[in-house]
Design a protein around this ligand. Sequence first.
Ligand code: ADP
Length: 497
Amino acid sequence: MKNRLRILFLSSEIAPFAKTGGLADVSSALPKAFHDMGHDVRIMMPKYGSINDRKYILREVIRLKKIKVKMGAVDHYACAKSAFIPDSKVQVYFLEYKPFFDRPELYVDPNTGTEFPDNAERFALFCKAALETIKLLHWEPQIIHCNDWQAALISWYLKYEYNKEPFFSNCSTVLSIHNMAYQGHFQYDNLKQLGIPENLKEGINDLKHGDGINFLKGGILTADKITTVSQAYANEVLNDSEIGAGMGDYLQQRKNDFEGILNGVDYSIWDPETDKLLEENYSLAKPEGKAANKKLLLEKCNFPPDESKPVIGIISRLAEQKGFDLIIDAIKDIVSLDARMVILGTGDPKYHESLEKLSKTYSKNIALFLRFDNELAHLIEAGSDIFLMPSRYEPCGLNQLYSLKYGTVPVVRKTGGLADTIVDYISDSENGNGFVFEDYNGKAMVTAIKHAVETFKDQKTWQKLMKRGMRADYSWQVAAEKYLKIFMFLVNSRKHK
Ligand code: ADP
């Protein structure tokens, strides 16, 4: 194929191997889309203790049995194994370095509930090891596509440490930021452990943020191009200091190299017509099967089998960002509506505690599942009528897109990717595909939920709304083409250097 690109895709989580949120979904679907378009794409992620070698058929790679990674005066020896994303031909290299990655969780120590204290070293090693791996493979990517802070140091290392190595002279870097609030911000002292020499003034300046060092900043200032996951969020991080979370000024400096590309949906996994995790499959042409999923969901929630009342679903990390304080504040008003609510989530212990209390007080109206459960997530998408995402901010959001496909009408706050994808039915009945509120407060949210619950009573209108969502196409092809346009631009500009 003409213009077949070699793309190395780096991410700290990839579905189904390891997942804490939307990044994992994107990191599996987007490389698959690049591959389907004929490109040579390979992925690299850390080999966490939770990844089962046998289940995913991980194989040793002879050339990658001993990868030397120099961090200052210390040499670490890692290795890498290889497998494919299930049901695809996309190759994944798992970087194995047991002292850093052989742990049951990705970022947070389950014993303390706080971040692992050596996260700076862990992910700096991941980045360096990725560069060493491709050298050992003699496989020279034209594009290194780095995702989030865990992979953000790649472009920094290329600029300041690997700049004299001809092997990398044709590599361009793209940094995709899936959430500006997660930055890899560490104490200044960590520079020593990362083996960064103190005389590297310009390089250190690119990392320095406040009185610490910041991997995301390092990536923003050194990557060739930067993207984030929706246009609205791209504007917000540039112009709203709270959402920009300290990165706004750096992004302003790189404004001409920064753009928003909306995520897509992997319909091989998230389509009610083929979803293997559902009680019964259904589709736009045959929507009847949705009822069987609702029935099972009601049973699992210990709700009476009354299907005339709407079920409001929530699947979310329990984090400040996701708007749980609105739900907690407005719970009395929510339960007074003729609806029931099912919440699936894990995260901040403070939300575990307060949601647990609420679900006990209002057990007739609220079912709470405090865990990570992919199967239940699929059932909630299919069995709910309404899907609630009252986010304070939302870079893209995937669940509102899954909900559209599953005929589960979204109620969202107008922010980031939610603003880019959901149109309010009340103010625009021609195009509306959900219910949208703007002000970040409980009252505005309850008004939007009320509109949804009221509309649900008029089943004719509701079915129309559901079907409008089910018809929408958010497949990855569109996004993948936009990324490829950036990649081609970089490859061509390198040729002309
Ligand atoms: P974020 O990346 O901010 O967490 P997204 O909406 O982009 O939010 O993606 C969240 C992804 O994680 C979705 O695939 C969602 O179904 C999944 N998810 C979140 N929490 C859970 C959970 N507790 N159990 C199962 N899946 C979950």
